[in-house]
Structure formats: structure tokens, C-alpha cells
Design a protein around this ligand. Structure first.
Ligand SMILES: [Zn+2]
Length: 186
């Protein structure tokens, strides 16, 4: 009599769990999306850094690094994701949002995130040269500033870092191959 019940129950449970998982994506899931954005930057010859803005488990906006092609020193991945997200949400304050970025934010981006009252920032690789999420300074936890944002680093750090290392290695190789064509070899 109840032979049909177990499969139905199992199906219902399966749907329920998939709905739940879609609203509770892992940090690695969002970082993978940020990595996809970083690869878009790489296609343009830009340093491959990508970011996504997430609100209550939903993707709001993505951005990637493109200061060279836009002639804009502020065109970092985080700035692009913040601008697009704020525009879409119709609010320059983003207190319910989390931002995932493949590289530790610089001071400019950290400042913009504090202005946005961002809830949390999660980054991949550490940046020992310009990182403002703890490597050089930690602007997010500066008690004298009027707002603090939770910061977490090291999510998919290896993958995020490897993308950058491969990019710079290829650029150095290209510079060695044609030094006269590249006035600013790294
Ligand atoms: Zn930045």
C-alpha cells in the first residue's frame, strides 16, 4: 500500500535540500565566481583579479580589474563590483552584502568598502605588498575609524595566487622575448 511513498518522500527531500544549498552557497562557490571574473581580466591583458558582491545568498554583481584598458587607476575589481551592486540595489550603502575578491584588497578598495558599510569581505590570496586586509595594514579592523568590516582571507588562496603568478610569469617571458616592444617589463 505504501510502496509509492518512499520515492516521493525521497524526491521531496532532495528538492528541499537543493533549494537550501542554493541559498547557502559556500565561500568556495563565490570565490570560484570571482575567479571566473579574474579570468575575464586576464583575457584583456589586465592583472587577473575578480570580485563578486553577494547579498543574502544571491549574486548581485561581479567585477574585474581593468585599470589599463580604461585608463583609470581606480578600476579595481572590487570597485567595479561595488559600483554595479550599489547601482542595481539603488543604495550606496551595502550593509547586507559580502564581497568576495581573489586578491587581498588595497587601501583604496578597503576604504570604498568601509564607505559602503559592507558586512564582510572575503579574499583569496594575500598581498604582502599592498594588502589592506591585514598583510600591510588592516583598515577593516581599525578601531579609530567609524566603521569596521569583518575580513577573512585565504579562501582558495592557492588557486587565486596561482592565476596571478602564471600571469606575471607569462608577462615576464613576453618582455624578455621582445624587450624593445615593452617599455615597462616586470
Ligand atoms: Zn584595490
Amino acid at each position: 500500500m505504501t510502496q509509492g511513498k518512499p520515492p516521493e518522500t525521497a524526491a521531496a527531500t532532495s528538492v528541499e535540500s537543493s533549494v537550501q544549498s542554493s541559498t547557502e552557497k559556500s565561500a568556495e562557490h563565490w570565490m570560484q565566481l570571482a575567479l571566473a571574473a579574474a579570468r575575464q581580466a586576464q583575457l584583456l591583458g589586465e592583472v587577473p583579479v575578480g570580485a563578486v558582491l553577494v547579498r543574502e545568498g544571491q549574486l548581485v554583481a561581479a567585477g574585474f580589474n581593468r585599470p589599463i584598458s580604461t585608463h583609470d587607476p581606480s578600476a579595481h575589481a572590487e570597485m567595479a563590483a561595488l559600483r554595479e551592486g550599489a547601482r542595481l540595489l539603488g543604495n550606496y550603502r551595502l550593509p547586507d552584502c559580502e564581497l568576495y575578491v581573489t586578491l587581498e584588497p588595497c587601501a583604496m578598495c578597503a576604504g570604498a568598502m568601509l564607505h559602503a558599510r559592507l558586512k564582510k569581505v572575503i579574499f583569496g590570496a594575500h598581498d604582502p605588498k599592498t594588502g589592506a586586509g591585514g598583510s600591510v595594514i588592516n583598515l577593516f579592523g581599525e578601531a579609530q575609524l567609524n566603521h569596521q568590516t569583518v575580513v577573512e582571507g585565504g579562501v582558495l588562496a592557492q588557486e587565486c595566487g596561482d592565476l596571478l603568478k602564471a600571469f606575471f610569469a607569462a608577462r615576464r617571458a613576453a618582455a624578455r622575448a621582445a624587450p624593445k616592444n615593452n617599455p615597462d617589463p616586470l
